[in-house]
Design a binder for this molecule. Sequence first.
Ligand code: MCA
Ligand code: AMP
Length: 574
Amino acid sequence: MSSVAAPLNRQQSWIPLLCAAAALSLPLTLHFFRTRDDNMNSTALSPPSSLPSLPLFLEAQKWASKDPKKIAIIDKTKDLSFTYRQLLNDVSVLKRRILTELKVQDLEEKRVAFLVPAGYDYVVCQWAVWAAGGVCVPLCTSHPPKELLYTISDSDPSLVILHSSFQHIKPALLDNPSKATFIEFSPIVDVRSCTSTPNFHPAFPSSRRALMIYTSGTTANPKGCVTTHKTITFQATSLIEAWKYTHSDHLIHVLPLHHIHGIINGLIATLLSGGIVEMHAKFDPQVVWDRWSNPGSSTMFMAVPTVYSRLVDYFDAHIRSTDAEAASRSGAGALRLVVSGSAALPTPIKTKFLEITGQTLLERYGMTEIGMGLSCGLDVSRRIEGSVGWPLPGVQVRLTQRDTGTTIPTSSYDEDGMIEVKGDNVFLEYWRRPDATAAEFTSDGWFKTGDVARRDTAGAYYIQGRASVDLIKSGGYKISALEVERKMLALDEVQEVAVVGIADEEWGQRVAAVVKQRKGTTTLELHSLRAKLKTEMAAYKIPSVLKLVESVERNAMGKVNKKMIVKKYWPELV
Ligand code: MCA
Ligand code: AMP
């Protein structure tokens, strides 16, 4: 995926006027978008607009007023820095444009799906949807059109915003039954010193829906996990309290922006603290080491274990015993906060990272439906090997017995139980799936995570894995084995299939497929299988291990015992 800053176009010469106009609410023209319909070539003119008093915007306004030069976003693809002032102004302009496009005063929870690369444009887009009163549906930049279309059709958006760098897939996306209007978003490539910030008006209730993240479950297709403004503010504030983000923080952000890890822990919590988010379109270990070797130029880093595995490998292969070694070690060692999560952190990676940088990775546990639930301490003495720590501020966590649902008393330790969570951090609903939502809560209102953990005498939690074998974690992404099986069964060659997760040092788990091939079809090979599935699903979901078998064993009930399958075909990994 590339995100190329387009050359300055006609409307951008207007931009110095925009900031002043935003403050004065002057009708000014901006030719940001074109719709796909007969307006395609018309210039849509719209003035900037005031912003709702959401905590995130008020905090940004505070910093924008205090210091006009305070940087909010460094966009590494564009190699440009954008101030809080400019951010608020650009958001205000885009908000008005969205409302004009849909001919409403307030989106009132209408969904806006957007496909925008990680960078300044993403933030402007996300904030503008919120400012307009809509629900953000961030689309995954690595999904093939079929998966994007599923998300678009399921979330039923009124508007789809397509960044110019994704124009090549526009024909595939337009070839669908969605009634949504598609508009194009040209990259913002000008840096301005704005003289003012937009006006504010009272915000809508914080119970308004704000964000929809598509997440895999054990059955069927991914579901839209809906959170409100209250939820996301709470999730971010809880982390800010625990990890002490401040306006002096500078986060190097390398994670995708269609999941909580990248959106809340990375982007929102940092901006809600007045810090700087340095956005990279993609993780590259060389770039991160280069940045770290410049001491004091960043303070925080957050990632999944696979990223740390890559960083350690890169250091060993390219930095150890070179002139760059000392600066890399000490630069990384000087970071204030380095966090790992989204999947289990293997001890060898944690140990190697500590040896190289002197940093003990801070581990925490979260889930799309709850944001973050548990975390080790900011104080290094509160980081315990193999543990994800204690409940975060305002989050209630309990363990229950798997068979009976009985709560395990906190005085009882070293007993496996199901993690259940309660608090303002918990999501509202799965979009348009009331039954699925109800099924995930206990009668007394606790969310059932499906993860198994135990506690020690100090109350620290240790994740033991998931109750379901049908959920695989690979590279920090949650993948439904059933979804992959369903898509594989659509291939002529596949008569039967069982998809399992097998342990892997780099990816945590790899997606492996055990396949009984249909007679008379061309012999499947991993390469050809992957090529066939590329149009069906994201690369991280496609099996990277293939085992062809005579038959996929089933029990008397006709069910596949996946634990037995892993034991049989990969005994060395059990
Ligand atoms: C990609 N490839 C894989 C996988 N992913 N192979 C095996 N297993 C995988 N999982 C292959 C591709 O097919 C491709 O191969 C090659 O690797 C490069 O693909 P690319 O997409 O470029 O991958 P990458 O850049 O190497 O990405 C690795 C990554 C990425 C940076 C670790 O997976 C990532 O950003 N993960 C983070 C996910 C995340 O944010 N999760 C949070 C959700 P070929 O070249 O042959 O085609 S969990 C969450 O939000 C909760 C709340 C929480 O607790 O945090
Ligand atoms: P997702 O639904 O994609 O947000 O993934 C959430 C799942 O990731 C959780 O239910 C856990 O199974 C797993 N997970 C998140 N953080 C950790 C962690 N620190 N250690 C082990 N598993 C984790």
